[in-house]
Design a binder for this molecule. Structure first.
Ligand SMILES: CC(C)(COP(=O)(O)OP(=O)(O)OC[C@H]1O[C@@H](n2cnc3c(N)ncnc32)[C@H](O)[C@@H]1OP(=O)(O)O)[C@@H](O)C(=O)NCCC(=O)NCCS
Length: 199
């Protein structure tokens, strides 16, 4: 399946029924069905939808984006260098502007057809491109800590911000209760898209 075969819209315009949207994860379903519109009205995050062109009432995929930052001073030294690796004149730069892909869901009817991966690429291109109204250097995801999902994001060019769960727990000040972290932060440097396109 190709994303270009779907119609793209902002949540609420036109009004779309998300009551049967089911990506297989209850909290994400609940967010899109019940909270996303209010979240958008409060300017916390904008939700966008892909709907099949022949059935504009069915939502195939949804995602939410918000402005974000990577504060390099909150990272260990080695990771500051890694995240700022491609940044010229990074000396003194402590805060890189970013976009957070806060929620992403593909309805089960459409899953495993590469829509999720294409949406990650779409968001990266969109925010690196000329239509974006503000500076945005990185794409950030706080992904559920599940191997298949982390692998999916990494195949989409995202890298872990922290080198290990131990380091992430320490720097994000998450209490060690012996359980695995629920989520892992990943980033992608969007400048590489621009540089690759002019090379
Ligand atoms: C994560 C999600 C958006 C991926 O959407 P998708 O369109 O199915 O993803 P893709 O088709 O691009 O997946 C590519 C690969 O990811 C892996 N993958 C996708 N879904 C998987 C699943 N449920 N279990 C295991 N691996 C999976 C597979 O390797 C797949 O390739 P394959 O089908 O050739 O084996 C979708 O599964 C979803 O909505 N999940 C519930 C919500 C969620 O977890 N969102 C992420 C929040 S961080």
């Amino acid at each position: 399946m190709n994303l270009s075969d779907f119609s793209f819209s902002t949540l609420g315009n036109p009004i779309c029924d998300l009551s049967s949207f089911d990506c297989g994860r209850a909290d994400i379903n609940d967010f899109f069905r019940n909270d996303a519109l209010n979240y958008q009205q409060e300017l916390f995050g904008k939700t966008y939808l892909f709907t099949p062109r022949n059935d504009l009432n069915k939502v195939a995929a949804a995602f939410t984006v918000s402005n974000a930052s990577i504060f390099t001073r909150l990272l260990p030294n080695s990771r500051q260098k890694k995240v700022g690796y491609e940044v010229h004149h990074s000396k003194g730069q402590v805060n890189y502007p970013a976009v957070l892909l806060g929620r992403l869901g593909v309805d089960k009817t459409f899953s495993r057809h590469a829509l999720g991966s294409q949406i990650v690429e779409f968001v990266a291109q969109w925010f690196a491109g000329p239509d974006n109204k503000s500076g945005c250097r990185h794409l950030v995801v706080d992904a559920y800590n599940e191997d298949w999902l982390l692998n999916l994001y990494q195949r989409c060019g995202m890298k872990p911000i922290f080198s290990s769960e131990k380091q992430e727990r320490e720097y994000r000040q998450i209490k060690d209760n012996g359980k695995a972290l629920e989520t892992r932060l990943l980033y992608r440097d969007l400048i590489l898209l621009k540089r690759n396109s002019i090379r």
